[in-house]
Structure formats: structure tokens, C-alpha cells
Design a binder for this molecule. Structure first.
Ligand code: CP3
Length: 327
């Protein structure tokens, strides 16, 4: 989750004034950026450097990623007529650089590479709002006023996301993460009616590729069981729900990823250690936990703190494994 972002001085240096979409379109640079956190930290997996808006830019929409703001869309979606602008994605033609970046990364990495895409609801929110939004009122208005248009929009974005993720796996991605970052803005009923069916179709459409499917959103405490029901092998949890409570909701058969508050990493080491230990204590050594932050690394985060955090998790979880070995 934007872990390669602004908290690393070497990222800021590499990036200079180049915008994010240009970085994504330049395989050598994108691969190098994805490797930066891997070189610094002893992490167990790497994430592709890309952005959720890349496939939309790839089919010709006028998308920008504005610094300190986020993605913007020049002509936001308003009604049925805009659906014609969502043509099918042909990854080899429209986003060949993403597939090339994955191939470059696989040559360099000795840890698994996670590919990703934005989920249809989260992408739709940028398309309809025209940029980041606090309450997603326009998105919800379209959903409730024009449910048929909404369903067609979800269907087109569902096709695009599924095609994109399948090509990422075929190019070498060893796990996929579907980011429905802003789904938590919905209550469970609307999530189930307007979002879940498309997410379910995408996740089911990946099943034969036999890679772990991670599904994540922010503020989704009340949606966790539904996100699992959508077909995720692993459900990502932000910091608002204690991880043991989250796992109860998700059920024992799925993995859980999370859930240290990224802001906790801004504190002194003693408090980071206490908070991280608390997450591990709540998990209690259950297999299937992927330790992670509950959302992206904040730009103000010190790399030294993250390096210590990664080492702490390795030490503590290795100890749990040893204890089990002797049990
Ligand atoms: O960890 C990584 O760096 C991997 C690459 C990655 C990026 N975006 C590159 C990026 C990933 C996994 C994303 C996903 C993404 N992008 C999501 C889903 C995950 C999440 O964070 O919830 C969303 C919602 C976006 C849309 C987006 N892109 C936002 C909201 C922003 C922040 C804008 C800002 O400046 O605050 C971006 C920009 C972005 N995408 C950056 C990176 C590294 C920051 C780039 C910079 O300013 O240098």
C-alpha cells in the first residue's frame, strides 16, 4: 500500500519531478522503485509498483495523479452515455509496461511478488467524483438513482479488473491484492447489493490460477464477513477493528492481513513495539496471519522504525513457531 512512497529518501530522489503514471509506464524505473523497500527491509513479499488508475489511463481516459491529492479524472462519469468510454482492456497493447515490470521484478526477486488492482467500486468512485472524495455522495447517488447504469458500470470495470489481474499473474505475479479501499463508505446492505457480486465474479475468475487472493478496504469492520464471502483467501483489515475480532468475523478458514495503525509508526520505538506486540498477541500465533500495516505507510514515517518493526515481527513469530515445534 504505497509502501514505496514518499517516506523513502531514495524514492523521492529517483522520482524527482516525474509523475506517478510516467513512473508506472517506465518498466526499469517502476521495477527499481518496487525493489527499494525490499533492499531496505527484510520483508517477506514485494508489491508491484503501479497504481489503481493505470488500467483506466490505459484505455484512454484522461487520468492524472496529483501530488498530495490523489487521482483525478478530467471528465467524470455522469450517466449511461459515459459507459461507451470504458472499452475492454487489452493488457499487451494498453498496459504492456506493467507486464514488463513484473517480468523484470521476477528476475530480481527472491521473495514473492504481489500484483494488484483497484476494485470496481473504488475505481468507480474516482471516475464519478472526478477525484478523491470524503463521502462519495455522487457515487452513491448514481448507485441509488440509476441502478441499471451502476450495474453496467460495475460489469465493465469487473471485466477490466479481471483481465488485468489474470495478465499480471500470467506475467509472473505470485499473489494478487484487490484494493477496495473506499468500500467502507457503504453499509452492509448496499455493499452486498451493489459491490459484492462484481468482486465475487473477479475473485472467482482468478481461482484457476491458484494464487492467493487478498481483498482489502479501509473502514470495513462491518463488511469483513462479506468481503470474505466475495471469495478472498486473505482479508486485509485496517486498524479500527481489533484483529482477533476481525478474524472472528472473517471466519477460521481465511487468512487475515493487518493491522497496525500506520500512524502508530510515527511514535517512538517503545510505543511501536508495544502496539505491534499487541497485534501479535491478539493473533496468538494462529497460522494464516500476514503481519502488515492497516493501510499505507505515511510519508512522515522513519525508515529506521520500519526496519526495526520488520525485524521485531520476524523475531517474535519465529519464536512462536519454535514454541509450536516443541509442543
Ligand atoms: O506500495 C507501493 O508503492 C506500490 C504501488 C502502489 C501505488 N498506488 C503507487 C503510488 C499501490 C499499491 C497503489 C494503490 C492505490 N493507489 C490505492 C489502493 C491502496 C490504498 O492506498 O488504499 C489507491 C486508493 C490509490 C490511489 C492513489 N494514488 C492515492 C490516493 C494516492 C496518494 C496521493 C498523494 O500524493 O497523497 C496515489 C499516489 C501514489 N500511488 C503514490 C504512490 C507511490 C504516492 C506518489 C508520490 O506522491 O510520490
Amino acid at each position: 500500500m504505497r509502501q514505496a512512497g514518499r517516506h523513502l529518501p531514495e524514492y523521492r530522489e529517483l522520482r524527482g519531478d516525474t509523475d506517478v503514471l510516467t513512473l508506472c509506464r517506465t518498466p526499469e524505473l517502476a521495477a527499481e522503485i518496487a525493489l527499494l523497500p525490499v533492499r531496505r527491509y527484510d520483508v517477506d513479499a514485494a508489491i508491484l509498483f503501479c497504481d489503481i488508475m493505470v488500467p483506466l489511463a490505459g484505455i484512454g481516459l484522461e487520468v492524472q495523479i496529483v501530488k498530495n491529492q490523489g487521482p483525478t479524472v478530467a471528465e467524470p462519469f455522469r450517466d449511461d452515455r459515459d459507459l461507451a468510454r470504458l472499452r475492454p482492456l487489452e493488457p499487451e497493447v494498453d498496459v504492456p509496461y506493467v507486464l514488463e515490470t513484473i517480468k523484470l521484478l521476477r528476475k530480481e526477486l527472491r521473495i514473492p511478488l504481489i500484483g494488484f488492482a483497484g476494485a470496481p467500486f473504488t475505481m468507480a468512485s474516482y471516475l464519478i467524483e472526478g477525484g478523491p472524495s470524503r463521502d462519495h455522495v455522487r457515487t452513491k447517488a448514481l448507485m441509488h438513482r440509476e441502478p441499471k447504469t451502476w450495474d453496467r458500470l460495475m460489469s465493465a470495470l469487473g471485466d477490466l479488473v479481471l483481465t488485468f489481474l489474470r495478465h499480471q499473474v500470467e506475467a509472473g505475479a505470485q499473489a494478487v491484492q484487490l484494493f477496495d479501499s473506499w468500500a467502507g463508505t457503504l453499509g452492509p446492505d448496499d455493499y452486498e447489493r451493489f459491490v459484492l457480486p462484481t468482486s465475487r465474479r473477479i475473485l472467482a475468475g482468478l481461482e484457476d490460477l491458484e494464487v492467493p487472493r487478498i481483498h482489502f478496504g479501509v473502514g470495513t469492520g462491518e463488511l469483513l464477513a462479506l468481503m470474505r464471502a466475495a471469495g478472498a483467501d486473505v482479508v486485509g483489515v485496517d486498524w479500527r477493528t481489533p484483529i482477533d475480532v476481525a478474524w472472528e468475523r472473517i471466519g477460521p478458514a481465511a487468512g487475515v492481513q493487518g493491522n497496525l495503525d500506520p500512524a502508530a509508526c510515527l511514535g517512538p520505538w517503545e510505543s511501536v513495539e508495544r502496539k505491534a506486540t499487541d497485534v501479535l498477541r491478539k493473533v496468538g500465533g494462529r497460522p494464516g496471519h500476514v503481519f502488515n500495516l492497516g493501510h499505507g505507510v505515511l510519508p512522515e514515517t522513519s525508515p529506521e522504525i520500519l526496519a526495526r518493526l520488520v525485524d521485531l515481527v520476524h523475531e517474535r513469530t519465529a519464536r512462536t513457531a519454535t514454541r509450536e515445534d516443541h509442543a
